[in-house]
Design a protein around this ligand. Structure first.
Ligand code: COS
Length: 383
């Protein structure tokens, strides 16, 4: 396939659909949801009705099976309106990806199809209170008894957990075996012994919902295990190889919103007799912001393109996620600076963007982990 930057008519249509939805449905509610910490499920339901959720579910199971590049275009457009809502909309892709990658055809039929037939939310349950970065050291236990596993443990910071009907859960069948013991399961919400905690009061992305998930003697049939025992860690890593790139796009969408606000403000606001955009100090900031956004967008497109070619994109997806989220923090910070005192006030939109961008440096692997992954992959290429 040749390299091109022109979107196809279908991609432009998808982008236009997402932009329209973001402007008409998400943007008008974003500030209120942020202030009150509301979870606007009616918006998520509408996103599902329009085909803006479950983008990675293959067509044979009723989904749209979109290439990752198309998913990134949609993600960026939605995040321009609200990062938190976009995280909740994307969370299904993260939770369903282990089933896509590691499920048998029968499991895909059983677990994926219902998500395309009806609106449901799913959660990806990997992180634990004892630590999220060292995923190989997780403590949730899965003990086999006949044809059933008994799950015991606790997960934390799980997106959409209070509202999810299905969880992809990573547990260990033998903690001594570290990552070799980790096994993935699909666990329905109504499983006795599964409970979710209170909705966390977050700094940003407050329209998404986050809580703990507890497993106390939760019985999971062996048919709900994804792959063999011990294959869960690699499945989680492969999942993140494709889902970190859209997080990069989410950060790009937030940063683009910050730049758009900053440019409009800098063109209207005058000081020393002219619009502040015409002062070099501000113009340089705008130029740097625009450069960072373009560079990040291209990294996300390249990483998504590699995944769509069937290539392993461990390095590129970590770069896309890490660079874009760091860039988004810088751009939002500069946007606040351009707004001056107004930027610090909740009546203006840019401080929310900074709070929303911050999470992109932390979730789906903290940026320190992304740098570790990048360095390891880089050194392999020199070995
Ligand atoms: N694709 C396929 N296999 C992979 C892989 C990938 N992207 N990454 C690692 N593996 C394999 C390795 O090849 C290795 O296999 P072998 O046992 O056959 O050698 C195995 O998995 C263990 O990998 P590694 O030795 O790299 O594991 P580490 O414990 O050193 O750490 C990191 C790996 C730190 C990268 C991992 O724990 C991680 O990504 N942590 C962050 C977790 C995260 O993102 N959490 C957020 C959850 S969603 S909000």
């Amino acid at each position: 396939m040749t390299i091109g930057f022109e979107l196809t008519p279908e991609q432009r249509d998808l982008q236009a659909l997402a932009v329209k939805f973001a402007r008409e449905e998400m943007e008008p509610r974003a500030a209120e949801c942020d202030r009150k910490g509301l979870f606007p499920e009616d918006i998520y339901r509408k996103a599902w009705e329009l085909g803006l959720m479950n983008l990675n579910v293959p067509t044979e199971y009723g989904g749209s099976g979109l290439p990752l590049l198309d998913q990134c275009l949609i993600t960026e457009a939605l995040a321009h309106a609200c990062g938190g809502m976009t995280t909740s909309i994307l969370a299904n892709c993260l939770a369903l990806q282990p089933i896509n990658l590691g499920g048998t055809p029968a499991q895909k039929e059983r677990f994926l199809r219902p998500f395309c037939a009806q609106y449901h939310l799913a959660s990806f349950a990997l992180t634990e209170p004892s630590g999220g970065s060292d995923a190989g050291a997780l403590r949730t236990r899965a003990v086999r008894e006949g044809d059933t596993y008994i799950l015991d443990g606790e997960k934390c910071f799980i997106t959409n957990a209070p509202h999810a009907s299905l969880f992809t859960v990573f547990a260990t069948v033998d903690p001594q075996r570290k990552h070799e013991g980790i096994t993935a399961f699909v666990v329905p919400r109504d499983s006795p012994g599964l409970t979710t905690g209170r909705d966390e009061d977050k700094m940003g992305q407050r329209a998404s919902s986050t809580s703990t998930v507890r497993f106390e003697g939760v019985r999971v049939p062996v048919e709900n295990r994804l792959g063999a025992e011990g294959e869960g860690f690699r499945l989680a890593m492969k999942t993140l190889d494709s889902t970190r790139t859209p997080i990069g796009s989410l950060a790009v969408g937030i940063a683009q919103a910050a730049l758009d606000h900053a440019v409009r403000y800098a063109q209207q606001r005058t000081s020393f007799g002219k619009p502040i955009a015409e002062h070099q100090a501000i113009a340089m900031k705008l130029a740097n912001m625009a450069q960072g956004i373009s560079a990040a967008r291209l990294l996300t497109w390249h990483s998504a393109w590699l995944v769509d070619q069937g290539d392993r994109a461990t390095l590129e997806s970590s770069m896309a996620k890490c660079f874009s989220s760091d860039m988004a923090m810088t751009v939002c910070d500069e946007a606040i600076q351009i707004f001056g005192g107004y930027g610090y006030m909740r009546d203006f939109p840019v401080e929310k963007l900074l709070r929303d961008a911050k999470l992109c440096q932390i979730y789906e692997g903290a940026n320190e982990i992304q740098r570790l992954v990048i360095a390891r992959e880089l050194l392999k290429r020199y070995a």
